[in-house]
Ligand binder design. Structure first.
Ligand SMILES: Cc1ncc(COP(=O)(O)O)c(C=O)c1O
Length: 385
């Protein structure tokens, strides 16, 4: 097991105890850990306002707690908007961060009091002007694909710097308030230099803009702790601040960030049960391990083997002999294989009925799970407080 922040907390034992009383698969989230993460981030990244990316883990308890802590929220859809408003969050703390949206959804956000909209194409700017007149708009700049992000967010969002400049002029002409630029360096970004490039690109847009800009949305990208070492938040915070100072040496615009994974990822543990272990031939060295969680119920980010969770085997000696496995989920779909090229090592005598805990599973797990594919219900999520 690679170092895991939740497993190092004294609460971990009680979380495992709570898990024992529940059927699998399920996820348990340590709410107080998210509070600690938020407070630490707020103090280390005091140069930016925090907008929690609700999509990472949209549980009411998390939204409520972060609201009380003073967080703002990045909202992806009218459904997230309804949820967050139903919990009493002030619409002034929200922004509509999805660049892909219907005209009626823009109107809905506007009617509910949201005045910050992300955009990246001409038709979308026109829709915002028509359905959210006079609102603040900011433009997402396309960053090159980055292999150092385990979950890249390139290609689909953003546009070239030249197009951003044209959209700024268009927004102004249409009576909107063009305020700035956004970017996302890719989720679980391991290379800090990408922020240097992103902030340099942003500063160049600021310089060339036909309108004075004062807002930079730096998106997410800060990491959780999976099965390999990552730099500490302190290093990320200080390095990004240094890049900000380099590229914006004079008057500072308002900086915001939209953390998802880095706030909630480490706080969750996903409990699964081994359904069976098998070999395709008696001579095979590698076993198949089938568990009751899979790509469709909690482990979606194993697509392309992108996110690699650490596994913990309760009650086992850390030194029990292990061997490589192919890890697969419970459905009748051959896509439902989590790790094949990446060979997880599991105890050689692992048996059906045994539990496995996947660590750092708080982000993009429950919120991504399918509704009843093959009849398996969406994975249950529980809060430990
Ligand atoms: C617009 C936007 N902001 C923020 C995030 C959160 O990113 P991360 O989980 O890397 O912090 C996402 C993730 O998809 C996003 O699309």
């Amino acid at each position: 097991m690679y170092r895991n922040k939740l497993a190092e907390r004294p609460q971990f034992r009680q979380i495992l105890k709570m898990s024992e009383s529940l059927g699998t698969p399920h996820i348990i989230i340590d709410l107080e850990m998210i509070r600690d993460n938020y407070r630490r981030m707020k103090s280390l990244c005091s140069y930016a306002d925090i907008y929690y990316a609700v999509k990472a883990c949209p549980l009411d308890e998390i939204v409520r707690m972060l609201d009380e802590e003073g967080s703002n929220f990045d909202i992806a859809s009218r459904y997230e908007l309804d949820q967050v408003l139903s919990l009493g969050v002030d619409p002034g703390k929200l922004l509509y961060g999805n660049t892909i949206k219907k005209a009626e959804d823009i109107a809905y956000f506007y009617e509910k009091g949201v005045r910050y909209f992300a955009s990246d194409c001409e038709n979308d700017v026109r829709k915002i002007a028509e359905n959210a007149p006079g609102s603040n708009v900011y433009f997402r700049v396309l960053l090159p694909h980055s292999d150092s992000a385990d979950w890249p967010l390139s290609r689909k969002f953003g546009c070239s710097s030249e197009m951003v400049l044209n959209l700024i002029a268009l927004a102004k002409e249409l009576g909107l308030n063009p305020i700035g630029v956004s970017f996302h360096v890719g989720s679980q970004q391991r290379n800090l230099e990408i922020w240097d490039y992103a902030l340099k690109t942003t500063a160049e847009i600021f310089e060339k803009s036909p309108v004075k800009l004062g807002f930079v949305d730096m998106g997410g990208g800060l990491p959780a702790q999976y099965n390999y070492p990552v730099e500490d938040l302190q290093t990320y915070a200080n390095t990004i601040e240094k890049y900000i100072d380099n590229h914006f040496p004079g008057e500072k615009p308002r900086f915001i960030m939209e953390p998802g994974r880095s706030l909630v990822g480490d706080s969750g543990v996903l409990a699964a049960t081994v359904v069976e272990t098998a070999r395709k031939d008696a001579s095979d060295e590698v076993r198949w391990v089938y568990i009751d969680a899979g790509k469709f119920n909690g482990m979606v980010e194993t697509i392309d083997e992108s996110i690699k969770y650490s596994a913990y085997f309760p009650g086992r000696d850390e030194n029990s002999p292990v061997g490589p496995v192919i890890l697969a989920g419970p459905t009748c779909d051959s896509m439902d294989i989590m790790y094949e090229n990446y060979k997880m090592e599991m105890p050689l005598d692992l048996k059906a009925g045994e539990r496995i805990y996947f660590l750092a599973a708080g982000a993009y797990t429950a919120s991504y799970a399918s509704v009843c594919f093959n009849g398996f219900p969406p994975i249950g999520t529980y809060i430990y407080r």
